[in-house]
Ligand binder design. Structure first.
Ligand SMILES: [Zn+2]
Ligand SMILES: [Zn+2]
Length: 350
């Protein structure tokens, strides 16, 4: 089969790979759709030491079970599934506490196990033993279902940030995860959702969502604009989805007294330091949380939200390509010309 492979040269290319076999205690699935993640863009631009080459990449997928291993239980041929793809050891304090996303022994799909930019994927036992493979109701279309994994990361972060009814939530950075965070904030009961974004193309796409305001961060001071839109008060929660120092630093100025800032996006490991205005944290009693990855439970919640129509995925999936045009999809991501790009490996599978 043809697949997108992270090679020994640390570059992505489309290569011929052996068709996977169904593991005795796992599953074999046909990949219907797999979205391009920001982490895929990162490994396209620079080597990712966490990937064991040669490796098939792609983890935001929905598949259909074609074969169930003789020792696997709980799945039937024809089930459509998505995955919490950060497989964990289930034998450490983080896993015992249910924080499998913080397991120090993670085995992520597309890094430790082959991923889903391919017509077929083998789901190993580690992917079903702890609930990581989640069934999708037939009412949810493939393009929406493959957003369950990225949405689940927002579910985790907004739980940590305590987003709830009646709040004003500002999303800094309106890329795919900014858009998903905005939709989720509404689903979580936020009464005002404001997104700040520099790219004019993405501002236009964000205006297709039912948001209260889209701030053009290229032509105004986003902090001043948030203050103006909130009568000087600031936001209850600021979700920073841009991996950007200034965005993280200035988020503290956007938060109201007693507010919450969530660093949703991770800074580059080569340049991770930010300067925090300690007086804002102290006198305004501002809290700062992180939010990394997600667990099986967060993916279940994401599937339920998507299936219930609570997240407008049809406006967030802006581009679709067959696998042979993966790099056209990558270019859309690099150009920030859309929001979510979905690859459909069955369209040109032999
Ligand atoms: Zn992802
Ligand atoms: Zn663990």
């Amino acid at each position: 089969m043809r697949a997108v492979v992270y090679g020994n040269d640390h570059k992505l290319s489309i290569q011929e790979m052996p068709d996977p076999l169904c593991p005795r205690n796992g599953l074999l699935a046909k990949v219907h759709a797999c979205a391009i993640c920001g982490s895929d863009v990162k490994m396209f631009k620079a080597p990712d030491p966490r990937v064991k080459p040669p490796q098939i990449v792609g983890h935001e997928f929905v598949g259909e079970i074609m074969e169930v291993g003789s020792d696997a239980r709980g799945f039937s041929v024809g089930d459509r599934v998505v995955m919490a793809t950060t497989l964990s050891c289930m034998a450490c304090p983080a896993c015992w506490a249910g924080k499998t996303n913080l397991c120090p022994n993670v085995m992520p799909v597309s890094r430790a196990f082959p991923g889903a930019f391919a017509p077929y994927i083998a789901i190993p036992w580690e992917g079903i033993r702890a609930g990581n493979t989640v069934k999708v109701p037939s009412s949810l279309e493939d393009d929406g279902a493959c957003l369950a994994e990225p949405l689940s990361c927002a579910v985790n972060a907004q739980q940590l940030a305590g987003v709830r009814t009646g709040q004003t939530v500002v999303i800094v950075g309106g890329g795919p995860l900014g858009a998903l965070n905005a939709e989720l904030a509404k689903a979580n009961g936020a009464t005002r959702v404001i997104v700040s974004q520099r790219s004019a193309t993405r501002q236009d796409l964000l205006r297709e969502l039912d948001l209260d305001a889209v701030i053009d961060a290229a032509s105004c001071d986003p902090v001043e604009e948030v203050k103006r839109l909130t009568d000087g008060r600031g936001a209850d929660v600021v979700m920073v989805t841009a991996p950007d120092r200034t965005a993280q630093e200035r988020a503290l100025e956007m938060a109201c007294k007693g507010g919450m800032v969530n660093f949703f996006a991770g800074m580059s490991k080569d340049d991770p330091m930010v300067t925090i205005n300690s007086r804002l944290v102290h006198y305004n009693e501002i809290s700062i949380t992180g939010g990394s990855d997600s667990t099986a439970r967060h993916v279940e919640i994401a599937v339920a939200l998507l299936a219930a129509g609570r997240v407008n995925w049809k406006r967030i999936v802006t581009h679709r390509f067959p696998l042979s045009r993966f790099f056209d999809g990558m270019q859309v991501m690099l150009d920030r010309a859309g929001l979510k790009v979905v690859i459909r490996p069955q369209e040109d599978a032999r």
